[in-house]
Design a protein around this ligand. Structure first.
Ligand code: ATP
Ligand code: MG
Length: 642
């Protein structure tokens, strides 16, 4: 959905007429405190319970039958719940939207109601077809099905008609003031001065109607005229800027709309559109994030003016309530910034001599679904199961507080899910061949190994044992050490599921000093200090494995210099580490047979597994017949070094 009026989205596009951000924030805080107080008074007191200690692996509480969302329902216990998810189709959805989807679709599902997917397509300058498709795709992937797919633009005719009605009721007027003038009328830069009306506010209704039609018919350029709601601009008791004569319609010159073509030159703002669309669709619970808290007043005001407001105790008539956003630190979620990462950009910077230096920054990721991003398409491609994301949102809970999370918290939640759901495999990222010199004919066998040693995941696979095997370079050392338990000359190590441990006898190196091969013998009867993963050389499947780290070196990339391109210097060169020559046990072929490779569409049928002692991986869609490509989903445990 579009931003509330303070953002350019709903103000005239190049003439932002809203009050200053600082004033809005201040007023927002005040309004929120007031609302909280009032709400607190109305809220049924929850009996104080002794704090229960939950077992660590307890399922999260159902966010719909308890707490904040339960109270929202109790405020308006509609028999037929109707909710909506209203994205602005101007970018790919990100992890925060997962919460919005879970809340809106989940609320309807919980109450056996319905949820609309409404594309809030009131800004033709920013919309693109690819975004529409991807949004629906992601909703389905998360396991939800919209009751109906609607567009704000479905209602453009009706909205226009209602705008004229509002003017007729003396509830709106066409204004020609500049942005500076409007800011002055709203109390000046800090909004502390006196507020006053402009001459247009009192113009005759008929004149506003005529001017509004002239706007529609193309008489005005962007910013020369706009329709303003007649709220409580001059009322000294009105502290909420959302009541200071918000814009309702503006002229957009680059007006080609994907659904209505060139029909409209004027487009309704968020504040005008959203509540009306909610009412027209019969939405009962309009759940949005807290930055719209202040907008609740204008939402209700407009519906009342248009006689579309039904008291909240009755079945019909929408009720807006606001929950806290889910923000993820350590990464970039802003659409504009992700676009720079995806497409590359040019930045300009003045140097010490005052001349402008131009800098071309190439793309830093492969696309919107690059696994290093936190868009939902990227998370899906990285192999994160939809269910793990939904569990994550549930675990965090839903109320009116902002949830600020760092990636490790998300990763631990994903791990918890994968731990219980995916098969184990043996993968060697950086292989060195080990030759077991006394490997005998009777050692040549196929062992049956369960997919999960704990037995949680059903199934088993065959693991071939041969004379030559690969182990990981990091599991061998040329010089032994008493605190080192893996393979070294004359040292014994266990190989998972192999009936005998091995002892290294010698090794060879290439001209660069890299170990190329290790010779070993069986060490039957000896007790190894540890076991390592290995892959039979004769049946090994070559794979390319991609490991992911943070895209930026800084922990708060949002604080980097996004104006003059400084962010590009903070990119982590290790954000993707590729192991071109990795090998995996032949069992992967069995997993491949049971699945499809296509991560798009509504399917969550990705192949995921835990590579023992390594990380969780999934099979990427880049895979071909000849070469499997793996993405690291998450590490096995939190990397404390980070
Ligand atoms: P962004 O500005 O972060 O790109 P947006 O607010 O422009 O996101 P919309 O398309 O307007 O995205 O959002 C659709 C719905 O998702 C809205 O109801 C919005 O409140 C909600 N939403 C957006 N971001 C978050 C978030 N971080 N956490 C929870 N809900 C969110
Ligand atoms: Mg938005």
């Amino acid at each position: 959905m579009a931003e509330p009026t303070e953002a350019p989205a709903s103000a005239p596009p190049d003439e932002e007429k809203g009050p200053s951000k600082r004033a809005l924030e201040k007023a927002a805080k005040k309004a929120a405190a007031k609302a909280k107080k009032a709400e607190h008074a109305l809220r049924p007191k929850e009996p104080s319970k002794p704090a229960e200690k939950k077992p660590a692996n307890a399922e999260p509480a159902n966010v719909f039958s308890e707490g904040w969302l339960k109270r929202v329902y109790e405020e308006k216990p509609a028999k037929e719940v109707r909710s909506r998810f209203p994205p602005e189709p101007n970018g790919y959805l990100h992890i925060g939207h997962c919460k919005a989807i879970a809340v809106n679709f989940g609320f309807a599902r919980h109450h056996e109601g319905v949820c609309f997917l409404r594309y809030d397509d009131t800004n033709p300058e920013k919309e693109e077809e690819q975004y529409f498709t991807s949004i629906l795709d992601i909703i389905k992937w998360l396991g939800f099905e919209p009751y109906k797919i609607t567009y704000s633009s479905d209602n453009f005719d009706k909205l226009y008609e209602l705008a004229e009605q509002l003017i007729e009721k003396d509830g709106a007027y066409v204004c020609h003031c500049s942005r500076e003038e409007v800011n002055m009328q709203r109390g000046g830069p800090d909004n502390r001065g006196a507020r006053y009306a402009c001459e247009h506010r009192t113009r005759p209704i008929a004149e506003s109607i005529a001017e509004f039609r002239a706007m529609r018919n193309g008489k005005y350029k962007a910013g020369e005229a706009y329709l303003r709601m007649k709220q409580s601009l001059t009322d000294p008791n009105e502290g909420n800027p959302q009541m200071w004569d918000l814009p309702a319609y503006r002229v957009i010159e680059k007006n080609h709309h994907h659904r209505t073509g060139e029909k409209w030159r004027i487009y309704p703002t968020y504040d005008f559109t959203h509540c009306i669309c909610d009412a027209l669709e019969g939405i009962t619970h309009s759940l949005c994030t807290t930055e719209f808290q202040q907008s609740r007043i204008s939402y209700d005001w407009l519906l009342e003016q248009l006689d579309m407001k039904v008291p909240k105790s009755e079945e019909k008539g929408p009720m807006q309530r606001e929950y806290g956003r889910l923000n993820l630190g350590g990464t970039i979620l802003s659409k504009r910034r992700i676009l720079m990462l995806v497409e590359g950009t040019t930045a300009e910077k003045k140097n010490a001599e005052g001349t402008v230096e131009k800098r071309t920054i190439p793309p830093s990721v492969r696309g919107w679904d690059d696994p290093r991003l936190y868009t939902l398409v990227a998370l899906r491609r990285r192999g994160i199961p939809a269910k793990a994301l939904l569990n994550f949102v549930e675990e965090l809970g839903v109320n009116d507080a902002l949830t600020e999370i760092q990636p490790p918290r998300l990763e631990s939640s994903i791990r918890k899910h994968l731990e219980r759901t995916v098969a184990r495999q043996m993968l060697v990222l950086d292989p060195i061949k080990v030759i077991i010199e006394d490997f005998a004919a009777e050692d040549d066998q196929e062992i049956t190994v369960p997919y999960d040693p704990k037995g949680t995941i059903p199934g088993e696979r065959k693991v071939k044992l041969g004379k030559e095997a690969y182990i990981d370079r990091t599991d061998f050392r040329e010089e032994d050490d008493p605190n080192y338990f893996r393979l070294a000359p004359n040292k014994v190590v266990g190989l998972y599921n192999v009936p005998f441990p091995i002892r290294a006898t010698s090794y060879s190196k290439d001209e660069n000093g890299r170990v190329t091969e290790i010779k070993a013998v069986k060490a039957s009867g000896e007790k190894p200090k540890t076991y390592i993963q290995w892959v039979d050389a004769a049946t090994a499947v070559p794979v390319k494995a991609r490991q992911y780290n943070f895209l930026f070196k800084s922990e708060s990339p949002n604080a980097l210099d996004w104006k003059t391109g400084g962010w590009a210097d903070d990119l982590n060169p290790e954000s993707e580490v590729i192991f071109e020559n990795a090998v995996i046990e032949a069992g992967i072929k069995g997993l491949l047979k049971e699945h499809t490779l296509n991560p798009s569409g509504s399917s969550d049928d990705l192949i995921r597994f835990q590579a023992l002692r390594t990380a969780y991986f999934c099979v990427d869609v880049d895979s071909t017949e000849d070469k499997i490509v793996l993405n690291q989903i998450v590490t096995l445990r939190e990397d404390k070094a980070k």
